[in-house]
Each structure stands twice: as C-alpha cells, then as structure tokens.
Design a protein around this ligand. Structure first.
Ligand SMILES: [Zn+2]
Length: 465
C-alpha cells in the first residue's frame, strides 16, 4: 500500500487500567470480583450538554429506550459506584503514576488538574458520565519512523463492564467502574499500519515501565482512528490484541475504499478481526465541569518529588550489557526482578535461570502455580553459595517450598566424590544384567538432587566398560 498516496491518517488512543484503588473511592482496583450481592436498575435519562445541545450519540442511545441492569460486589463497589454518594478526593497514587507517564512521554504538565464530566450514553457509567482530567499535553515518543506526537494524557474512571444484552435490557458489572484509567492520545500522523502497531506497543511498554499498571488481557485497550483521503475519520474501538493491529488497520483502509460516502462513526472490533458499525461519532457537547472534585494544583515540588521510572526497554538492554542472555533479561524485567537484590557469588546467568526459569518449570512439571518470594530464593541460594546443596537440588527444594513441605537441607548435602565413585562401582557389579539406563535409574534414584547428573553418567560408563 502506498500510504502517502492514500492520504492515510491514523492516531491511537490507548487506555490502561492502574493497580491499587479506584480513582475516587477506597474500593480496590479489582476488575473481576466474585459473586455479586448488589443489584439495581436504571433507565438512561436525556442529558443535555452545557451548550443546550443534546449529544447525537446520546439521542441514538435514547431511541433504544433501554433498561440498564447493574450488579456489583460489596467488596469492590461502594455507594459511589451506585452514584449515591459524591466522589472522595482523587487517588494520589494514580495521579502520581499519571505524572510519571507524562514525564516519560515528554509532555507539558498542566498547572492544575481539573476533573470534567464526560457524558457517557451507553449505560456503562451509572451516573451517565465519566470523570476525566487532562494531565499532560504536547509530548512525544521516539519510534523507528521518527517522533510521534502524544497530544494528551488523561486520568479518568474506567467504565462498568457489559456482561449481557437481552432484548431491551443491558446488564453491567460494576467491579471495573471507577478503576483509574490512563488515556494516551497520539496525533493523526502515524505513518502506516505497521507503524500503528509499533506506536501502540511502545506506549504499552512505557505505561508498564511505571510498574503500577494492571497486566493481562483487557487491562489495556486501544482505539484506532483511521481515514484515507476523501473519507471521514472512523474510530475502531476496543482493540486488545496488538499482534493483529496492523492487519486491522489494513482491512479498514480497504473497507473505506469501498464505502466512500460514509459518515464518521465508531466501529466495534470483533474478535475475528472484522469490525462492525457501533454508533455515530460522539459530538462536541459532551463535557462539563465536575464541581464535586476540587481542582488540584500541580506544584513544582510535586513534580520534583516524582521519580521517573527507568523504561523497560532500557532495563532489558542494561542486563544484556551485563552479559545476561536476552531471554533471561526480558524475563527478569517482565517479572520485575532486580538481579542486584540477589548478591551471591554465583554465575549471573545461572542466578537469572533460577529466578526465571525454575518457577516456570515447576509450574509446568507439577502444575504448581506458586508465587515464589524473595525469601524462598534466598533460602536456596544461600545454601547453594555455601555449598550445602548442589546445583541439582535447587529445583527440588523450590518444588518442596511450592508444595508447602518441610525441608531438611541435610537430605540435599553434596556427596563426597570418592564415596560416589565407590558406590557406583558396587551397584554396577551387583547388577551386571542391567543396561546403562537401568544402572543410571538406580544411581539417580539414590543421589537425585545431590550430585551432578553428568558426573554420575561418566562414572556409570566408566564401570560398565
Ligand atoms: Zn467504591
């Protein structure tokens, strides 16, 4: 595709959920809670914007005359989510994370954070609006195809999650409502479909670099705006899979080429890679000030106090420069493990292998999804450094920790070389009818986790021949 000739314009809006607490109450940031114990219904009311205009999208929704059914868990929702209480003061941690992101994206930070009410018409906000505040603007990120302008960063409330549409009613879960959400908007100068994917993935990496974002499917979503010459802007919403972002953009270009007379609108992304009409593009009459939340001055000392996190990509590079192999380097950073926290006189790649690969292997082999703590690793690593256990014992001991078993380190004490030598000789002589494999089986059964398997194999072969 000749993107220049097409007059291709593309911008991305990324939405990232934050860990911790909700934005305006103390409910935890839980996206999928247990069984709901609160149920109520609301009908969408006509909301007229400040300028006296009713939003086009709102009108379209109201024509549907739907009932919204809400369910919530008291463990993750309070009166605020039910719109029966005014918002508490803004979550300071979320605000700080937003400031970190603004700095990482080279943005100008606002002098004062002022929350607005953005009209939301689909029932996904019980109140009929979403609280949102601009935190930064006019930033940029570096990409392989040049700087991409980051127009704005917003801190806002996540919406409720749709769980069912049933004739004239829509059901929503409120767990997610009010979870802090960062919205990053690029300008429309993304160069092509592959570039769109690169930009989205870079934005995701920067957001994750704060260490304060939620992880996993659905915790980051991209809306992609696409247009070609002679065609209005189309927004594709709810994108979660970065892998197919380029393909979806290409498919949208082809769709626009076939549908030149269209109005601007929002399309919904389907999991099979196609898109479908969702609603008209929301108009401008959709924001008004949130008077229940006092504005927050961003002072110089506040900015000074912010610690700008090191980018994930830089952290990986640093490990690679220290001689850590790339896969392990990525693993360390992904799991937020600092190798420097484990100060042992052992090979760094072996150390990284213990921290990253062994838990994975234990999960795979025994189905144990145990979250190893620093003290678990320290327990085995101290013993290994002091030569109280062998290399081979490390995985066995970690497995026992995962199983919650009592551990007797003496069981794993390395065996003296001359003793093994003698015993292997004896086993071989006693079992003359057995193959190498058979002998290995007996010896490994006896010494498993106590001596190096290669050493045993060599000795067995020595006495078998
Ligand atoms: Zn709450």
């Amino acid at each position: 595709m000749d993107y220049k000739k097409l007059g291709f314009k593309c911008g991305i809006e990324a939405h990232q959920q934050l860990e911790g607490n909700k934005l305006f109450c103390n409910c935890p940031s839980i996206v999928h809670d247990k069984d709901p114990d609160i149920f109520f219904e609301r009908k969408l009311m006509a909301v007229t914007g400040e300028m006296g205009k009713t939003d086009l999208a709102a009108k379209a929704e109201m024509k549907k005359n739907r009932i919204n059914k809400y369910e919530a868990c008291s463990s993750s929702s309070c009166l605020l989510e039910m719109d029966e209480e005014p918002p508490h003061s803004v979550n300071q941690n979320a605000l700080e994370t937003a400031l970190e992101v603004a700095m990482l994206m080279n943005m100008k930070i606002v002098d004062e954070v002022e929350f607005m009410r953005k009209i939301v018409v689909d029932g996904s906000n019980v109140s009929g609006f979403q609280r949102t505040a601009i935190i930064g603007m006019d930033g940029y990120i570096d990409t392989s195809k040049g700087k991409v302008i980051i127009e704005s960063l917003f801190l806002e409330e996540e919406a409720a999650q749709k769980i069912k549409e049933d004739g004239n009613s829509v059901s929503w879960r409120l767990d997610r409502l009010g979870v802090p959400l960062l919205e990053v908007q690029t300008d429309a100068n993304i160069k092509d479909a592959d570039h769109a994917k690169e930009v989205a993935s870079k934005i995701g990496m920067i957001l994750r670099s704060t260490g304060k974002v939620k992880r996993g499917i659905g915790t980051i979503r991209q809306d992609v705006n696409v247009s070609i010459k002679g065609h209005p802007r189309i927004e594709i919403k709810g994108f979660q899979e970065l892998k197919i972002l380029s393909e979806v953009v290409e498919t949208e270009i082809k769709r626009q080429q076939k549908n030149m007379g269209e109005d601007p609108h929002v399309r919904k992304f389907n999991s099979d890679g196609t898109t479908e009409f969702m609603r008209p593009m929301p108009g401008g009459a959709r924001m008004y000030p949130e008077t229940d939340v006092p504005s927050i001055k961003i002072t110089k000392s506040m900015i000074k106090a912010i610690k700008i996190p090191e980018l994930i990509s830089d952290r990986i590079l640093k490990y690679e420069k220290e001689g850590i192999n790339p896969d392990l380097a990525i693993g360390l950073v992904k799991n937020n493990i600092q190798l420097a926290d484990y100060n042992y006189r052992i090979d760094k790649n072996f150390l990284a292998h213990v921290l990253i690969e062994l838990p994975k292997e234990i999960k795979k082999r025994f189905g144990l999804d145990y979250k190893f703590q620093e003290k678990d690793f320290n327990f085995v690593l101290v013993a290994y450094e002091k030569k109280k256990i062998t290399k081979e014992a490390i995985i066995d001991i970690l497995t026992s920790i995962a199983k919650g078993e009592d551990i007797n380190l003496k069981k794993y004490a390395p065996v003296d070389d001359s003793k093994i030598d003698g015993e292997i000789k004896e086993i071989v002589e006693k079992n003359k009818n057995l193959s190498v494999g058979g002998i290995m089986g007996i010896v490994m059964g006896k010494y498993r986790g106590k001596v190096d398997g290669n050493k045993i194999s060599k000795l067995v072969n020595k006495y078998m021949n």
